[in-house]
Design a protein around this ligand. Structure first.
Ligand code: M6R
Length: 649
C-alpha cells in the first residue's frame, strides 16, 4: 500500500466550470482489449438539489460518510449557471475550512470524500472531476477497469487530461457522448464502462437537475419536501429524510427539487416506491463519546436486547414472521454454507459451532473472496447464509450470486435494510444494531452473532435436533446477556490500565480454542486495524506447530480462556507460552482460581453458558484494542488504509 503523500498546494484546484458552451461531439471508441491495473477506490458521495445551501448539506453528508474514505474531499456547487469546484487534501474538516472562505449560496451540488490505495492523493486527483470544457462535473465511487483504454482513445481524439484518475476519463467521455439528452447519454456511457461505479453528475446546461447512475457501487436516493438527495449510504441523509429509494444496477436517476425519476438500463421509466428507515439521526452522532468506536462498543447490550425483540416466544426462538419457510423447505437443507469477510467472517466461525451442535446439516464457513472462486457443491439442498454489516461488500455479493445460480436458498444477515445484498437474496434477517460508523466493527459483530444464534436455535427446533431443555437454557441466557455485557463495560478503566501497560509492545499473539478461537481472531483483527500493531491469532493447540518460535518476553500472549470444556487444554497452552517467558494476558471467567497464578494480567468476564462466552469475551478485547490505539495516538474511527464498506474486489 502506498503511504499517503503530503498535502499539495491549494492554489491549483479551485476550478470554475461554465465558461464555455457544451461540446456535442460524437466519437466512435474502438473495442477496448487491454485491462488496466485496478485503481482501488472506496469513497463516499453525496448530492443535493433543493432550497438549502448545498455546501452545508454536502459537508454534513460528507462528514457522515467520512468512514468510507478520508484522504481528500471536494464539492461542486452550482451557482446560477456556473459550477464551482473546490477540493482539498485531508479530511472533510480541511474542505470545511476552505469552504468557509467561499460562502457559496448555490442550492444544488455534489460532494465526495475519497479513499485511494493507488494513485496520488492530491487535490487535483480529488473529486469532483470535469471534462476539459467544464460541461460536466461528476463524483464517482468505484473503479473503472478499462479507463486506460478509454483514455488512450480519447487522447487520440485530442482530449488532454489533468489528473491520473479513472474518474476524469468518465467525465471526458460523457462530455464527448452528450448530445443534449442526459439519460440517453448515460445509457451510452454505461456501454463503454467496465468495472464498478456510482456516479453523481451535474451537466452545465441542465440547470435544475442532478443525474445518477450506478453499477456495482451503492447509491441511495432520498426525497424531502422541495428537495432531493443522493448518497452512498443512508446515514449521510438521516438529518433530512427517512424515506429512501435504492438505485439498482444499471439504473439512472434524475433528481430535481420536486421529483425523482428513475429509468432502467434500456431507457424505460420505472416506478419505484420508497422504504422508510426508523434509524434516528442521533444514532449516527457520537453522543458525547470521544469516538464512534467507543460509543458503539457501549451500545452492545442494547443491540442484544433489540435483536431478541419479536424473535422470542416464551423461551423458544420464532423467526417465522421474518422467514417464510415451510417445514418442507427447512427439511430439504442438508448443507449450510456461511460466507462473509473480516469481522463478519469471525462471527460466522463462532456461529458455525452452534449450528453443528444443534442441526444435523453439513456446515461450511468460508471467506467470500475464497468461496466465490471455489468449486463447491451447493444446490437446492443448501442454505447459503451471507453475513455482511454493510450488505455491500463486493466479495460477499459475488459469493451470493454464485450460490444463487447453483439453486441454493440465499439468506442475508445484514445491518442495512435494502442494501444490495438484502435486495438480491431470497430471505433477510436484519441486525438491530443501528448505523455503525467506526470503521472497526464492534456492535455489528455482536448483532451478527445474536442473529446467527437465533437462526441456529430456530432451525434446531424446527428440525427437532435441539432439545427443548437446551433451547430454553440458551434463550434464557441470551435474555440476561445484556446485563453481563454491561458489567464488563463498567470495568473499562481496568482494561484501560492494561492497555497503557502494553501499548508499546510491537507484536502480540492471540490464542483460543473452540468458540474462543474466532474470538481470538477478532481480538487480533481489532488491535491490528486500529492500533497498527502486529497481532496474530492462532488456535491455541496450533501454537506448538510454529508460532511458538515467535515467543519471548517482548511478545504478550492474549489468551481467551473462559470456563468451558477445553479450559484445561488452554491452560496447558498457557504453560507452553510461559516457559518461553511470554507475558500472558488472560480473558477469563470470574471465579477462576487457577488463572491468577498463570497470567500476568486478567480481563474478567462473567460466568455464562459456554456457547455464550464469545459475546462476553470479545468485549474486553474490543476495549483493549480501543485503548491501545488511543495511547498510541491513532485515528481510531478512521484507521489508515481502511474503509467501512469494501465495495470493490
Ligand atoms: O460490511 P461487511 O460486514 O461485509 O464488512 C466485512 C469486513 O470488511 C469488515 O468486517 C472489516 O473486517 C471491519 N473493518 C472489521 O472491523
Amino acid at each position: 500500500m502506498e503511504e499517503v503523500p503530503g498535502k499539495t498546494d491549494r492554489e491549483s484546484h479551485g476550478v470554475i466550470c461554465g465558461t464555455k458552451r457544451p461540446v456535442l461531439l460524437f466519437i466512435f471508441l474502438p473495442a477496448m482489449e487491454r485491462r488496466c491495473v485496478s485503481l482501488l477506490i472506496m469513497c463516499g458521495i453525496v448530492g443535493y438539489i433543493g432550497y438549502r445551501k448545498a455546501a452545508d448539506v454536502l459537508l454534513d453528508g460528507l462528514y457522515r460518510l467520512e468512514y468510507r474514505g478520508y484522504d481528500s474531499a471536494g464539492v461542486a456547487i452550482r451557482d446560477l449557471r456556473e459550477i464551482q469546484i473546490e477540493k482539498e487534501v485531508g479530511k472533510v474538516a480541511e474542505l470545511d475550512n476552505l469552504l468557509k472562505s467561499r460562502n457559496f449560496e448555490g442550492t444544488q451540488g455534489i460532494g465526495h470524500t475519497r479513499w485511494a490505495t493507488h494513485g496520488g492523493v492530491t487535490a487535483v486527483n480529488a473529486h469532483p472531476h470535469c471534462d476539459s470544457q467544464s460541461n460536466v462535473a461528476l463524483v464517482h465511487n468505484g473503479i473503472i477497469e478499462n479507463y486506460l483504454e478509454i483514455k488512450e482513445d480519447l487522447e487520440k481524439e485530442g482530449v488532454t487530461f489533468n489528473t491520473q484518475t479513472d474518474t476524469e476519463v468518465v467525465a471526458q467521455l460523457l462530455a464527448k457522448i452528450y448530445q443534449g439528452d442526459a439519460v440517453s447519454s448515460l445509457i451510452r456511457l454505461s456501454g463503454f464502462l467496465e468495472g464498478s461505479y456510482a456516479l453523481v453528475i451535474l451537466v452545465r446546461e441542465i440547470e435544475d437537475k442532478i443525474y445518477c447512475i450506478r453499477k456495482g457501487s451503492p447509491l441511495v436516493l432520498g426525497k424531502g419536501k422541495k428537495e432531493s438527495f443522493c448518497a452512498s449510504d443512508v446515514p449521510a441523509l438521516l438529518p433530512y429524510t427517512k424515506d429512501f429509494i435504492y438505485l439498482n444496477d444499471g439504473e439512472i436517476a434524475e433528481l430535481s427539487q420536486d421529483n425523482i425519476q428513475i429509468w432502467d438500463s434500456s431507457g424505460q421509466v420505472l416506478t419505484r416506491s420508497s422504504f422508510h428507515v426508523d434509524w434516528d439521526v442521533s444514532m449516527s452522532d457520537k453522543d458525547g463519546y470521544p469516538h464512534f468506536m467507543l460509543k458503539e462498543i457501549n451500545e452492545q447490550s442494547r443491540v442484544i436486547r433489540d435483536s431478541l425483540l419479536e424473535r422470542l416466544q416464551d423461551d423458544s426462538v420464532d423467526l417465522s414472521a421474518e422467514l417464510k419457510w415451510s417445514h418442507e423447505d427447512i427439511h430439504k437443507w442438508k448443507k449450510i454454507h456461511i460466507v462473509a469477510c473480516g469481522t463478519s467472517y469471525y462471527a460466522a466461525l463462532i456461529a458455525e459451532r452452534l449450528f453443528e451442535n444443534v442441526t444435523e446439516c453439513d456446515i461450511r464457513v468460508d471467506v467470500a473472496s475464497e468461496y466465490r472462486y471455489r468449486k463447491l457443491k451447493s444446490g437446492p439442498d443448501t442454505l447459503a447464509i451471507f453475513v455482511s454489516q454493510s450488505g455491500e461488500t463486493a466479495d460477499t455479493l459475488a459469493a451470493e450470486r454464485k450460490a444463487r445460480t447453483s439453486g441454493a436458498c440465499c439468506l442475508a444477515v445484514t445491518n442495512v435494510p435494502n442494501s444490495t445484498l438484502a435486495r438480491e437474496v431470497d430471505h433477510v434477517l436484519l441486525l438491530k444494531a443501528g448505523p455503525e460508523v467506526g470503521v472497526a466493527a464492534t456492535k455489528t459483530f455482536t448483532g451478527q452473532l445474536c442473529v446467527l444464534y437465533l437462526l441456529a436455535l430456530y432451525l434446531g427446533r424446527v428440525c427437532e435436533t435441539l432439545s427443548k431443555n437446551k433451547e430454553n437454557r440458551l434463550v434464557q441466557e441470551l435474555r440476561i446477556l445484556p446485563f453481563k455485557v454491561d458489567s464488563i463495560l463498567e470495568d473499562h478503566l481496568l482494561i484501560r490500565e492494561l492497555a497503557e501497560k502494553y501499548a508499546n509492545a510491537r507484536n502480540f499473539l492471540f490464542l483460543g480454542r473452540g468458540n474462543s478461537f474466532p474470538v481470538a481472531l477478532e481480538g487480533a483483527l481489532k488491535l491490528k486495524e486500529i492500533s497498527y500493531l502486529h497481532a496474530e491469532a492462532y488456535a491455541a493447540g496450533e501454537m506448538k506447530h510454529g508460532p511458538i518460535a515467535l515467543l519471548d518476553p517482548e511478545v504478550p500472549v492474549v489468551v481467551v480462556i473462559p470456563r468451558d470444556e477445553l479450559y484445561d487444554k488452554v491452560l496447558s497452552n498457557i504453560q507452553e507460552a510461559r516457559a518461553r517467558s511470554a507475558p500472558i494476558i488472560a480473558v477469563a471467567t470470574s471465579g477462576d482460581q487457577y488463572i491468577g497464578t498463570n497470567a500476568e494480567d486478567i480481563m474478567w468476564i462473567p460466568v455464562t453458558e459456554q456457547e455464550m462466552n464469545p459475546f462476553l469475551a470479545v468485549i474486553p478485547l474490543q476495549l483493549f484494542a480501543y485503548y491501545v490505539a488511543r495511547y498510541r495516538g491513532c485515528d481510531i474511527d478512521q484507521p489508515r488504509n481502511l474503509a467501512k464498506s469494501v465495495t470493490v474486489e
